[in-house]
Ligand binder design. Sequence first.
Ligand code: NAD
Length: 354
Amino acid sequence: LNQPLRVLVTGGAGFIGSALVRQLIRETPHEVLNIDALTYAGNLSSLAEVDQSPRYRFAQADICDQEAIGALFAEFKPDIVTHLAAESHVDRSIDGPAAFIQTNIVGTFTMLSAALDYWRGLDAEAQARFRFHHISTDEVFGALGDEGYFTEETPYDPRSPYSASKAGSDHLVSAWHHTYGLPVVITNCSNNYGPYHFPEKLIPLMIIKCLAGETLPVYGQGTNVRDWLFVDDHAAALRAVFERGKVGESYMVGGNSERKNIDVVKTICATLDRLRPREDGKSYAEQISYVTDRPGHDFRYAIDATKLKTELGWQPRETFESGIEKTIDWYLQHEGWWQEILSGAYRGERLGVG
Ligand code: NAD
């Protein structure tokens, strides 16, 4: 099972992609080609630990660039494609949906076209080994009420420009399997958190705002519920699926850790109270402030990951409590990584976290 594979990762300089690349180099004999356009969300310093490995290569390219992507397929000759490159931030999709349509839909189409051309030229053995693994989100299924879980049978019902663009890409991947026979697998995962998470997302944003003494903006009453998964557990799930998943199938990935947003923020405050107490001795929870809700804010997402667990034997290692402690500890130890982003030093642009 631990046979070396050639894994082409798109979006490997992003949050989840870099966790996957680090894990592949650390824990498997696989070779990795990371293709990333290095948008505002891509950061090569998240890959410093693998940079010198002879099994790791980076190519800066846009997944919408058909010629560049075709040439990289021909040169690297992947056994596996794990497609993570995407525009990923819901709030940005509300303000500017065009980039989401371009990268998430047109980019996925370009990846599928290149993969199909390449796959058709392989011999039978290499064709049987090949997988196009599309990484998607539970947000494509819309919102749940207080009860119920998303499963592999849940109908699509995306509500935001982000989730609609991801749903579109899922359907394209599925169509390339049914129409052209491309061996695909799809995973739909809940919210990830962990080290190297871009500071515009809820958990790192709150940690950093706590430390800066700023108010902690919570949408609405903070009652929206998300399921949280530690990013290294997601990376392990991705490996299980591209190594052993059934062709043409999709798998739900979740952490069994449903939390109201306000409880996530309070957990962060309580953990920081312990690890890095405020100088005035008060709790960071004093900084919480409720702000106008996001338009179309989905109420609850929750995942039933039974199929992944029973068929492929995957289990998350972290609970929400152990994962959040590791994450906060990482942000405290790696201030240089996120300070560089906040100061805009690595992109040459300033980025507010608010
Ligand atoms: P991210 O925003 O941190 O990283 C995205 C990466 O893709 C960046 O490195 C960026 O430079 C790159 N990229 C963007 N546009 C590109 C283009 N046109 N060509 C090449 N590279 C491009 O995202 P993430 O949080 O790591 O998410 C990765 C994938 O997982 C996405 O497809 C996302 O939809 C999915 N997902 C994310 C979560 C989550 O909680 N973060 C949950 C479920 C699924």
